[in-house]
Design a binder for this molecule. Structure first.
Ligand code: PGA
Length: 249
């Protein structure tokens, strides 16, 4: 049976880039031969969202890296999904491990952000993933199921949600999960979704992998049955991002 899920590749630029380097990345993407079978989303720092939106071709969508849980108010430094929508941004990454572990975001706060973003019509890349000590203690499934449940409890319609499995030990470390390790967790997550949400949601929702994905390892990872794409950090700032977008071509 053909895979019902469109391949999805997101580029998470994190707190990197300036206008000059963004011009270079966009030129590479705008001129690149990008597979029409891949949904492509890039996520610049908030201050460059409008610039990237204006300068990226329309086969490339743009995501914020974070947003807050209410539409407006006295929340210095925050931006809301309504504001993203206002400037034409379609996506937001929520629950990234750096938000969880550097900025202390809890499952509960992330769930509230997910619910609010979806209610405004912003699509969500919801991130989950275990830390090294959790994997070594044999708690991978317990952690990712707990994180997924918190998010799932806040979602009524999964149409606009992509789940990103990003083991914390693989992010920015050069240590990629093996294709089998990624497949095993994605398979368990899909089974969990089937049992705890619905079989239809489990079949249609993209579960993408993140953590040191590059041009060299993307094809084998993309060949796994339950790996529906990638969330790419470091390599999304380089020309090899085009090869990652085309990993399933
Ligand atoms: P990395 O980051 O590709 O640099 O490991 C992935 C991510 O944090 O989304």
């Amino acid at each position: 049976m053909a895979n019902p899920r469109k391949f999805f590749v997101g580029g998470n630029w994190k707190m990197n880039g300036d206008k000059a380097s963004i011009d270079g990345i966009l030129q590479c993407l705008n001129d690149g031969d990008l597979s029409a079978n891949t949904e492509v989303v890039v996520s610049p720092p908030a201050i460059y969202l409008g610039y990237v939106k204006q300068n990226a071709k329309n086969n490339i969508s743009v995501a914020a890296q974070n947003c807050y849980k209410v539409p407006k108010g006295a929340f210095t430094g925050e931006i809301s999904p309504a504001m993203l929508k206002d400037v034409g941004i379609e996506w937001v990454i929520l629950g990234h491990s750096e938000r969880r572990h550097v900025f202390g975001e809890t499952d509960d706060l992330i769930a509230q952000k997910v619910a609010h973003a979806l209610s405004v019509g912003i699509k969500v890349i919801a991130c989950i993933g275990e830390k090294l000590e959790e994997r070594e203690a044999g708690h991978t499934e317990e952690v990712v199921f707990r994180q997924t449940k918190a998010i799932a409890d806040a979602i009524t319609d999964w149409t606009n949600v992509v789940v990103a499995y990003e083991p914390v030990w693989a992010i920015g470390t050069g240590k990629t999960a093996t294709p089998q390790q990624a497949q095993d967790v994605h398979d368990s997550l899909r089974k969990w979704m089937s049992e705890n949400i619905s079989p239809a949601v489990a079949t249609s929702t993209r579960i993408i992998y993140g953590g040191s994905v590059n041009a060299g390892n993307c094809r084998e990872l993309a060949g796994q049955a339950d790996v529906d794409g990638f969330l790419v950090g470091g390599a999304s700032l380089k020309p090899e991002f085009v090869q990652i977008i085309n990993a399933r071509r």
